[in-house]
Design a binder for this molecule. Sequence first.
Ligand code: ATP
Ligand code: MG
Length: 237
Amino acid sequence: MPCIVFANPKGGAGKSTSAVILSSELALKGAAVTILDADPNKPVSAWAKRANCPANITVLADISETTIIDEIEAAVSKTPFVVVDLEGTASMMVAYAISRADLVIIPIQGSQLDAEQGAKAIGLIKQQERAFHRSIPFAVLFTRTNSAIKPRTLLHIQQEFTTHGVRSFESQLNEREAFRALFSFGGTLESLDPKQVGNLDKAISNAREFAAEVVAMLRGEVGPKGDEKEEVMADAR
Ligand SMILES: Nc1ncnc2c1ncn2[C@@H]1O[C@H](COP(=O)(O)OP(=O)(O)OP(=O)(O)O)[C@@H](O)[C@H]1O
Ligand SMILES: [Mg+2]
């Protein structure tokens, strides 16, 4: 079933946060999710060890360059959704994960320097497309954006990507305390306490919008691979 890889060689771009948000929303819709925590710092494993991790999320860690392809293949044969969180670097492990992706999500923050690192991730995807003779769908996800203001720099970067035929998600992950709180308290946005975390409702609708767009993108770009996948996608909507 689909393998969604979060990649950007830039550290701190929002890969782990976006991966946890997506996985939690898919899990809350009833779909089982395997997250491959392919970052040696194991941020997703640390999140999962805290309270309230959904029972239908499995996190696998201790993944190496030699095992990543086998881990992905085993997970996609067993789970409706596989999410891979990668280290902020350009390594063989990153390249191997990209080579097996049904969708690569490139989280970037809205600055020129971040966009340049995002472009490096795209270069890596193109290289894997050539190496494996297959097309690898990908899209840029703007993270930590301001929900109220659209700065000119961000608009400029979005236009640049569009001009170069690079697709961006319509939804952006706004800068939200709730997204940070996930890693402090564990669990899902829905399990956080609105008395402790401000604007939780807005964060939840932001997360749902993003997850729905990922599912729509998988359906549109990759196409159903069988009845089972169609059912899972319908469940996850
Ligand atoms: N939408 C957001 N709102 C608020 N804080 C965020 C958001 N996205 C990420 N952050 C914060 O930014 C920092 C970096 O995010 P994250 O760890 O997800 O990036 P990363 O790309 O996985 O980093 P690395 O390359 O080190 O693995 C973290 O402190 C995280 O809490
Ligand atoms: Mg990370």
